[in-house]
Design a protein around this ligand. Structure first.
Ligand code: ADE
Length: 225
């Protein structure tokens, strides 16, 4: 899978894309993640990528020209399954959407910054507007990282134990992972549940299912919108 990310602040993406699972996915050539610095497509001495909005109002908008140049270049090279703009106004990202996106060959993620991007970029290129939740963050970069992480870990072979993505919270029927423990079996008077120490795998599976759904129901009840 190839993911192209277009950003005015690409430095935000650097660390997370070059560590842990995302690093491994790329070195195993299971994912290719290419970051494009919007400034490289900007004109003029100062390579401005933002400007004041027509009609007034607070904040700056990302200009259309650098996006058009960058995106037209990419679309000339290959076909993309989705061109996604990260915005709080988009449809909400979920495990289901991550599953669907993980089956795509090529996607583009467009990160807004400041007050957003010129509407003409959306009108011309964007096939999906995606939000990571009902709150506003400074830029689309952090949202893009959330999407990339959730999607790339689902690509077969990325995780060492292919089972573990399938048993992740939200992938199971009951919704959540069960509580997990490691050694020591007792710490500061806090004991690991007896069933996990017994080695009866049927019983352990039953217990995990029960605890996962219990946690799911408890959290769901408390959830605020
Ligand atoms: N940009 C700013 N806030 C965002 C959000 N909640 N989701 C996606 N992109 C964003």
């Amino acid at each position: 899978m190839r993911i192209d990310v277009v950003s005015a602040v690409p430095k935000i993406l650097e660390g997370p894309l070059t560590e842990s699972i995302l690093k491994r996915a790329q070195s195993k050539k299971l994912a290719r993640i290419v970051v494009h610095d919007l400034r490289d497509f900007a004109e003029g001495k100062y390579r401005h990528v933002d400007d004041k909005p027509f009609g007034g109002g607070a904040g700056m908008l990302l200009k259309p020209e650098p996006f058009f140049k960058c995106l037209n270049g990419l679309l000339k090279e290959r076909t993309y399954d989705e061109v996604i703009y990260l915005t709080p106004q988009g449809v909400t990202f979920s495990q289901k959407r991550a599953n669907v996106l993980s089956l795509k060959d090529n996607i583009i993620l467009i990160c807004g910054h400041y007050k957003g991007i010129d509407q003409r970029v959306i009108d011309r290129f964007v096939t999906m507007e995606l939000s990571i939740g009902n709150y506003v963050i400074t830029g689309g970069e952090t949202a893009a990282l959330v999407v990339i992480d959730a999607v790339v870990r689902l690509i077969p072979g990325v995780l060492g134990d292919s089972e573990s993505a399938l048993t992740d919270s939200f992938q199971t029927e009951t919704g959540f992972d069960s509580p997990a423990y490691t050694r020591p079996a007792e710490y500061e008077g806090l004991k690991v549940p007896e069933v996990l120490l017994g080695g009866n795998h049927k019983e352990i599976a039953r217990w995990r299912g029960k605890m996962g759904s219990k946690k799911y129901k408890r959290v769901k009840k408390k959830k605020l919108n």
